[in-house]
Design a protein around this ligand. Structure first.
Ligand code: DP6
Length: 360
């Protein structure tokens, strides 16, 4: 048996407060607009990936949550692995040019790999995200291959797997800069602030439905780009201004501004989905009831004390400061009891779903 090289990495899920929705290049996954997210704690929602490389492996193989999958079935997966292998190949070439004897350069780029990837959250919760999956894959390849690239540079490789994955390469507050280049070299993630910057900020995930979404993000955003006129306005005037205002709110730890922009951007993203033809509707009655409750809570407090945001599905993510979170959890538990819910979808604010977002 030849030598086996191995790397294990954990990457968390991120939740966007300025949404990515729309591609200008579907093959390279280049977005129509920049976006910004908060990376959640890896203790709660994350993917742990181990990759092994050996001269004895005859084919690339992949296990997802213990079940073997066809690694070649996903073009995006193949693209990410191929891109990382090319970076390793370039490194091996450089090592030889630098005078390192050829026999001391480990030809990892030529060896097949075995990838084993597991989520630490129930896949049935409908929160499974390709973001943590591709971020973990690319970070593990970066470690295994000892790539010299920075995390931002490696985020380009995660991006070709799934757009939002590039933001999960960092903890804390992360911007994905859309970039303008056709080859995508400037379309990458940068950390806006680290996780220690705002320890009082917390996120609560409310599972409104664990069903698989009817329209995937990839397909939905494509139809939006082709059919929505509201979308064009969002990309041109709204998002650039919001990106700047959001970065400033984070820098100043100004929760009220952070919260208002977060809710407005989620609302506009879902408005754009409804403006898509045929329309896409990700939120359900429970989601709308939660949004209404957050606004009622804010009016009762006389300030913007909580924010909601929804991705391509009905589950809510609530952002609030630690000092308000306990009351919010009580309120949601009271209004949406786990059993005998009057609403069509049961609603589960479990204690496990409270995250100290930037504290991983
Ligand atoms: C609504 O990153 O899943 O969550 O690039 O096609 O893989 P692909 O799409 P994906 O889209 C995420 C969309 C979103 C908003 C966001 O995370 O910014």
């Amino acid at each position: 048996m030849g030598k086996v090289y191995e790397a294990t990495v954990t990457a968390p899920v991120n939740i966007a407060v300025i949404k990515y929705w729309g591609k200008r290049d579907s093959a390279l996954i280049l977005p129509t607009n920049s976006s910004l997210s908060v990376t959640l704690s890896q203790d709660h929602l994350s993917t742990r990936t181990t990759i092994r490389a050996s001269p004895d492996f005859t084919i690339d193989r992949l296990w997802l949550n213990g079940v073997e999958e066809d690694i070649n079935a996903s073009k995006r997966l193949v693209n990410s692995i191929t891109t990382a292998r090319k970076l390793r190949e370039a490194l091996e070439e450089k090592q030889k040019q630098d005078g390192i004897p050829a026999e001391s350069v480990v030809p990892l780029s030529q060896w097949k790999i075995h990838v084993c990837s597991e989520n630490n959250f129930p896949t049935a919760a409908g929160l499974a995200s390709s973001a943590s999956g591709y971020a973990a894959l690319v970070s593990a390849l970066g470690t295994l291959y000892e790539l010299p690239q920075t995390t931002s540079e490696l985020s380009r490789v995660a991006r070709v797997g799934s757009g939002s994955a590039c933001r999960s390469m960092f903890g804390g507050f992360v911007a994905w800069q859309a970039g303008i280049a056709d080859d995508g070299h400037d379309s990458l993630a940068v950390q806006v602030a680290d996780r220690q910057h705002w320890p009082e900020l917390q996120a609560l995930i409310l599972v409104a439905s664990d069903k698989k979404k009817a329209v995937s993000s990839t397909a939905g955003m494509q139809t939006t780009v082709e059919t929505s006129s509201l979308f064009a306005e969002r990309v041109r005037t709204v998002v650039p201004q919001r990106m700047e205002a959001m970065k400033e709110a984070i820098a100043k730890r100004d929760f009220e501004t952070f919260a208002e922009i977060t809710m407005r951007d989620s609302n506009q993203f879902h408005a754009v989905c409804l403006d898509t033809y045929p329309p896409i509707s990700y939120m359900n009655d429970t989601s709308r009831a939660v949004a209404g409750l957050v606004h009622a809570f804010n009016s009762a407090r006389g300030r913007t004390a909580a924010a909601y945001t929804y991705d391509a599905g009905p589950n809510a993510v609530i952002y609030a400061l630690k000092s308000d979170m306990r009351d919010l959890v009580e309120l949601f538990t009271y209004c949406f009891p786990r059993e005998d819910s009057i609403l069509p979808d049961a609603f589960y604010p479990d204690p496990f779903s409270i995250f100290d977002s930037p504290e991983q």
